[in-house]
Write a protein that binds this ligand. Structure first.
Ligand SMILES: *Cc1c(COP(=O)(O)O)cnc(C)c1O
Length: 359
């Protein structure tokens, strides 16, 4: 496909690579030298370019800013010990990208453009991919409306951009989380399943309040009754209860269909581990935490990876879980996932997409 997709590459004259401190990489703060940009005009994607990372000029009237016609994706590239560079399951992100686009009345981006844009940019930025344990190149593709028009209507022009950032671990500690029983992230019939910009803006106040109360994250509950668990910040939430992996199902379309979630479920099934995707009640989680049957709880996401939950608070009561290092399931998942992503283990499901070198 690279042959048919013509990407104009303009390289920077001043690489920032040597000025970047790879021993201190807070999430999303350090950008690589280049970015991929494309335009949707007259019903087609065009102007595929890799240019030096930098500011872009836009009308202040774009509907992305006023009405939230904007969404994003997040995935990662890894460098193996032999120098091979892979991106983890980009086809899944391409599919979700288009689900978000459809829900926000935005144009589809063909899967091959999504994947080739990422492969070409990652190839150019190979030297930026950190090799330390738990480090990777975070890839942020996004699309937004760009018509200079204040009417509340779908834009006719859009921009698609890909940014990349070298990153270390997102969470450095076990999480203290609370179950949210006042605010709501998403309701049935809404767009909780889309990685829409507006979903994150609306989550910031509840998240800030939780942080002010001393928590690291909150677990969202359903909009109707606040009785069922949904997800956690920008990660899916998974539990081992009574020897089974349980996680909220995707049926109500209020949560993200996480690539990490799907990967963990696939590994669990490979291992013959019982898996239940279903409604998960707050009551059973609290009960399991009390009686010791809740032996594992973690967030699963590309940025967060497998983020162990240390304690769960509900209605002012805090329930502590076992030391994450002693947890059989999440440790095994984390080790297996890492081994596949960094090329130390077989990749039986073909999850690693190999980035070919243009040179
Ligand atoms: C991105 C995201 C996830 C995790 O999805 P991955 O594909 O595993 O990264 C889960 N929930 C929300 C709200 C998210 O934004």
């Amino acid at each position: 496909m690279t042959d048919t997709m013509d990407i104009k590459i303009t390289k920077t004259k001043h690489s920032r690579l040597n000025e970047t401190d790879f021993s201190n990489l807070p999430f999303g703060k350090h950008f690589t030298d280049h970015m991929f940009v494309a335009d949707y005009v007259d019903g087609a994607w065009k102007n595929f370019e890799i240019v030096p990372y930098g500011e872009i000029g836009l009308s202040p009237a774009i509907s992305a800013l006023h009405y939230g016609q904007a969404f994003f994706e997040g995935l990662k590239a890894y460098k193996h010990a032999d120098g091979k560079v892979t991106v983890f399951r980009p086809d899944k992100n391409a599919a979700r990208f288009n689900k978000s686009a459809e829900r926000l009345c935005m144009p589809e981006l063909p899967e091959e453009i999504f994947i080739q844009s990422i492969a070409a940019l990652v190839d150019v930025e190979r030297d930026w991919i950190p090799t330390a344990p738990n480090h990777s190149l975070y890839i942020r593709p996004f699309m937004f409306a760009s018509d200079p028009f204040l009417g509340v209507a779908a834009s006719t022009t859009y921009k698609y951009i890909v940014l990349t950032c070298p990153v270390g671990p997102y969470f450095s500690k076990t999480l203290r989380v609370k179950i949210e029983n006042q605010y709501t992230r998403a309701a049935e019939g809404g767009f909780g399943y889309a990685k829409a910009a507006g979903n994150y803006g609306g989550a910031m106040l509840p998240a800030k309040k939780a942080v002010d109360e001393g928590f690291d994250q909150l677990i969202w509950t359903d909009a109707k009754e606040h009785k069922y668990v949904e997800e956690m910040g920008a990660a899916n939430v998974m539990f081992v209860l009574d020897g089974k992996l349980i996680t909220p199902s995707l049926d109500l379309q209020t949560i993200l269909d996480g690539v990490t979630r799907n990967t963990v479920i696939t590994l669990a099934k490979d291992w013959g581990y019982p898996v239940e995707e279903r409604r998960v009640s707050v009551a059973e989680i609290v009960e399991g935490a009390k009686n010791g049957k809740l032996t594992d709880a973690f967030g699963a996401g590309t940025a967060a990876t497998i983020a162990p939950v240390g304690s769960i608070s509900y209605e002012g009561e805090e329930y502590f879980l076992s030391d994450p290092k002693t947890r059989e399931f999440s440790q095994k998942v984390l080790n297996t996932l890492d081994a596949i992503r960094y090329g130390r283990a077989e990749d039986p499901h073909g999850w690693n997409y190999v980035v070919q070198s243009a040179e």
